[in-house]
Design a protein. Sequence first.
Length: 429
Amino acid sequence: MRKSVREVLAAGEGEEIELRGWVWRKRAHGKLLFIDLRDSTGVVQVAVSASRTDPESFSEASRASRESSVTLRGKVAHDTRAPGGVEIRCTFFKILGQSLDDFPIRRGATSRVLYDYRHLYLRSPRITAVMRIRSNLIWSIHDFFRSRGFVEIGCPTFVTAAVEGGATLFEVNYFGKRVYLTQSVQFYQEAAIYSLEKVYSIQPSFRAEKSRTTRHLTEFWHVEAEMAFAGFDDLLKTIEDLVRYSVERVAELSEHELRVLGRRIRLEEVEQPFPRITYSEALDILARHGMRAEWGVDIGADEERVISSEFETPVFLTHFPRTLKPFYHKPDPQNPETTLSADLLAPRGNGEIVGSGVRIDDHEELRRRILEDGLRPEDYSWYLDLRKYGSAPHAGFGLGVERVLKWILDLPHVRVAALFPRTPTRVTP
């Protein structure tokens, strides 16, 4: 019976199995070959003996090079000396697709080589584990939203106006017209809440930022949600519930992958309520660390690292000044120079993983803020229309998938969590 590697590792002694996969490593000891075979679920050791297989099978195993795809049959043997404590005693072996001998990825390869050959490096069991955990994270996010009555929608990638700021837009020639790759689908979600009330999307966003930090990509997967009739506390509670549920669910679904990575998801970081500090309180923390702390200073990557290092859980950083947030953020009625906005910073210096805010729902106030930001209301005509016909209080947020994975898996860079990462210096493969 054909099985996956994971099923083989759980199989009983002497069980006859069929397995397909790729040669990961091979060691020869005379008439005995040891092959580490990998598939999408793991790696298992295969023993191919000249005395146990027919001559053709042994010949095939002998010439199978690294990364050759193969099919084999054999019996399961429990052996503590084998990786995972299981070995397959092979009785039949056949090459399906022979690999060339010059596989370009070798032990000790530099980071540049690994990303130049990302299309081949994806075969690494460690990268496989990261991608499966990524899938589990996105699955968990879908589960959360559906359990809360959200409706998934798909939004345009080509847009004509900026959401986050014109300096970070990728310009595209669209049949002779100048358009841009989306930074966020927020505006389209705001239109959708007037019929669907609670919506979410999981799709790429694009930022033309030349940042070379460990947490920036020019193309990233963006979880965004918008809720009608939601206030500031509703917003923060939803974000906290989503992050907690998703992290706990990923830990539950990814035990095998976490063992491959040698990682433990620190569930204690999400078990307690997430603390909230205001922008002003954040400045006090920065001042204690000798950093610039004047009112109105931007909270960048370095500042976020310092602030989040002070906490053992994610922390909400709230009430940013109006000058630091886009025009659509609603001012705090108690202090109109600040906004009903919040970033969620991950602990251990990981920085922002969620940005959020309550939206301005009054037409004239929104138009005035657009002008204050030096923008043209006519470029946002349809967005302003939403405030003319039955406007409602609403709020929303965006979460970066790769940033969450960097945090929970202790990854050195968000690019590890992207299948084919895009950065200011890399657009291939």
